[in-house]
Design a binder for this molecule. Structure first.
Ligand SMILES: NC(=O)c1ccc[n+]([C@@H]2O[C@H](COP(=O)([O-])OP(=O)(O)OC[C@H]3O[C@@H](n4cnc5c(N)ncnc54)[C@H](OP(=O)(O)O)[C@@H]3O)[C@@H](O)[C@H]2O)c1
Length: 275
């Protein structure tokens, strides 16, 4: 298990809030934090999974847990998380939960795109507002915004990658705003990571993206260490970092052409059509 420095808990504990803790990267964050002595608030919609995780973490690591079932596609969801943690000394928010929509934009109903924006943008903003203010008031704490390497735009995932541009931008800007308040803000911009999101699509073959798939534990572990070092952003994995550095170096139009070719190869022909 990933070992964090001793003062990690002093700065970012004693409680951490993890959204999307019922699977994938969120679950991995919760496990590492608990193993390092932080108590965790686990939130998502699937209560059975959250309760099972909470029980096992409390038993294994002698920490406290709280489960909050909240739907982040609603305006009430993030407010519930804020109000139901008002009695806790929270030092870390992991703004992780998100949903994806891919394929030609017009194959899905408009409502689906709006739902993606609600979860990935509106809820992320409300949570950053509520917890960021609490951290600034006590001059201590941290926020991890979980974005994506796709934050710089990928065709056929227009809405999803646009929400991730928002998330990265908010993270960089807030980092500067909160720097003199002793609050660290980090953008996690991962490549492919093993999770339900990267496994659950039959119209896209993620292997054809030519990126290695990382374990969720490795991704979360590297990220927490980067937070402790007060980094601006991280894309865990050497090959991912190299690919993303190259894309950032290329002129935008050339980078988009490369990404278009790559994405086209990975998607099924039907998902690229408009109907
Ligand atoms: N996996 C990758 O390759 C990859 C790459 C780049 C970025 N990311 C980012 O990593 C983050 C975590 O994703 P993941 O890969 O770990 O995917 P995942 O396994 O699908 O996890 C998504 C989490 O979000 C929660 N969630 C979804 N809709 C929700 C809603 N309406 N209300 C509350 N919670 C909701 C899910 O829980 P419930 O279903 O129980 O609500 C689940 O816990 C996301 O921000 C994603 O964009 C992932």
């Amino acid at each position: 298990m990933v070992k964090l420095t001793k003062d990690f808990k002093l700065k970012f504990g004693p409680w951490a809030v993890v959204t999307g803790a019922s699977s994938g990267i969120g679950e991995a964050f919760a496990k590492i934090l608990a193993a390092n002595g932080l108590s965790v608030v686990l939130t998502a919609r699937r209560e059975d999974r959250l309760k099972k995780l909470a029980e096992s973490l409390a038993k294994e690591h002698d920490i406290e847990t709280r489960v909050i079932v909240a739907d982040l596609s609603t305006a009430e969801g993030p407010e519930q998380i804020a109000s139901q943690t008002a009695d806790l000394d929270v030092g870390l928010l992991i703004n992780n939960a998100a949903i994806e929509v891919h394929g030609s934009m017009f194959r899905q109903e408009l409502e689906k795109h709006q739902q993606v924006i609600n979860v990935n943008v509106c809820a992320v903003t409300t949570l950053a507002y509520r917890f960021g203010r609490r951290f600034a008031d006590k001059n201590r704490g941290g926020i991890i915004f979980v974005s994506s390497v796709g934050a710089d735009a990928l065709p056929w995932t227009a809405t999803y990658t646009a929400t991730k541009s928002f998330v990265s931008t908010m993270s960089y800007a807030l980092r500067s705003e909160l720097a003199d308040k002793g609050v660290s803000v980090l953008a996690l911009e991962p490549g492919l990571v093993e999770s339900e999101m990267s496994a659950g699509a039959d119209d896209v073959d993620f292997k054809k993206f030519g990126m290695p798939k990382q374990s969720a534990e490795r991704c979360a572990g590297v990220t927490l260490k980067c937070l402790a070092r007060n980094r601006l952003r991280t894309t865990p994995g050497r090959r991912n970092t190299m690919a993303i550095s190259l894309l950032r170096f290329l002129p935008k139009r050339m980078g988009m052409s490369l990404k278009t070719m790559n994405t086209k190869r990975a998607m099924s022909p039907e998902s690229l059509t408009y109907k």
